[in-house]
Unconditional design. Structure first.
Length: 359
């Protein structure tokens, strides 16, 4: 306390601390390297191609995903352990001339590297290091690792989607063959004409409505599992299902018109014929759905192989302005505030410090 009570020694200590911290603020000089990435939506480039494949395809695309990849997902990937390990491996940070183990390297990277988002959904990789070359290398390695990880995740998603679609496509094809065979056998056994000629326009309308209803019901059941209750597409499909059910209910009332009886007035054999024809039309509808979906998966696979999922809008480069050591700057400000308080404010207000009135 005797030394602290001496104003001259305190001021000398403040001066030495300020001088040391001022030097540490500038030396060693820190360097900051940055790289900016723009996440790409792999499904956006497929829109025109899928529209050319069929107008109904966009409505069924939600059955198999295709949702826009969000910037948050890229941010999570950039901060993931997989990306950090890939950078450590690429730059050989563990071993001679580097860190002792992978854990030490991960801790060091967490302190040096910051992955965050900017306005407009841009992902920025910021690296702060004492060596300019190392800062640029780390930023470049992170850009490469993030791109590779995104591409790998995209390929895995497409492969799983492809396996599901192809399996369902084969089942739909087998179902078409089975229902068509059953329909033809029944027609030959009962000496019936083609469904359109035998049952007339009423049969075609009723069978078409029921086939569309079942196809829409399949789409509705799938959307309810992957979409929220307020999703616009889910609400639209629910409205279509309700409309189709209302039309089928109206057609179920027996009636006769200028063109003959409607479906409800057909004979028992015609009712069985209707069931077979409806199953055939439903099988055809499902087959068309999965045929178009298989084209979507094929185009998406091609797009994933030929285009990067991450666009680098600014290559890794060092900031042009001079950087300072933030910790030293903070300590310097703290020492200056302490000096102002003990040497100016306390004597001016009469506050007692170090056991006696400050002078």
């Amino acid at each position: 306390m005797t030394v602290l009570a001496d104003a001259r020694w305190r001021r000398r200590a403040y001066a030495v601390a300020v001088l040391i911290l001022a030097v540490l603020t500038v030396f060693p000089q820190p360097y900051v390297a940055r790289a900016k990435l723009l996440p790409q939506d792999s499904s956006a480039g497929l829109g025109s191609t899928l529209n050319a494949l069929g107008g109904q395809l966009q409505g069924f695309a939600a059955l198999f995903g295709g949702a826009k990849q969000q910037t948050d997902m890229y941010l999570a990937v950039g901060r993931s352990s997989e990306v950090g390990d890939a950078v450590i491996k690429a730059l050989k940070l563990v071993g001679p001339g580097g860190y002792n183990d992978a854990t030490s390297a991960r801790v060091a990277l967490a302190k040096k590297v910051d992955v965050h988002t900017l306005t407009g959904g841009i992902v920025e990789v910021e690296v702060r290091a004492q060596d300019a070359e190392q800062a640029e290398k780390l930023a470049g390695a992170y850009v490469t690792a993030i791109g590779d990880r995104i591409v790998a995740l995209g390929k895995d998603r497409v492969e799983r989607k492809r396996a599901i679609v192809m399996q369902r496509f084969k089942e739909a094809g087998d179902r078409v063959v089975e229902t068509e065979t059953a329909l033809n056998n029944f027609r030959r056994r009962n000496r019936l004409a083609e469904p359109q000629a035998e049952l007339g326009a009423a049969l075609s309308v009723r069978a078409g409505l029921e086939a569309r209803l079942q196809a829409k019901q399949v789409e509705l059941d799938t959307l309810q599992k992957v979409q929220g209750p307020e999703n616009p597409q889910l609400m639209a499909v629910q409205t279509e299902v309700a409309s189709l059910r209302a039309q089928i209910a109206r057609s179920a009332q027996p009636a006769a018109g200028a063109a003959g009886p409607n479906v409800a007035g057909l004979s028992e054999v015609s009712g069985e014929y209707l069931n077979l024809y409806r199953d055939y039309r439903f099988a055809q509808a499902l087959y068309e759905v999965y045929a178009r979906s298989s084209e979507e998966v094929a185009v998406e696979t091609l797009a994933g192989e030929t285009a990067a999922s991450v666009q680098v809008i600014e290559a890794p480069r060092l900031d042009a302005d001079r950087k300072y050591n933030i910790a030293a700057v903070a300590l310097l400000a703290l020492v200056i505030l302490g000096a102002i308080f003990t040497e100016i404010y306390a004597p001016a207000t009469g506050i007692r410090l170090f056991g006696k009135r400050a002078v």
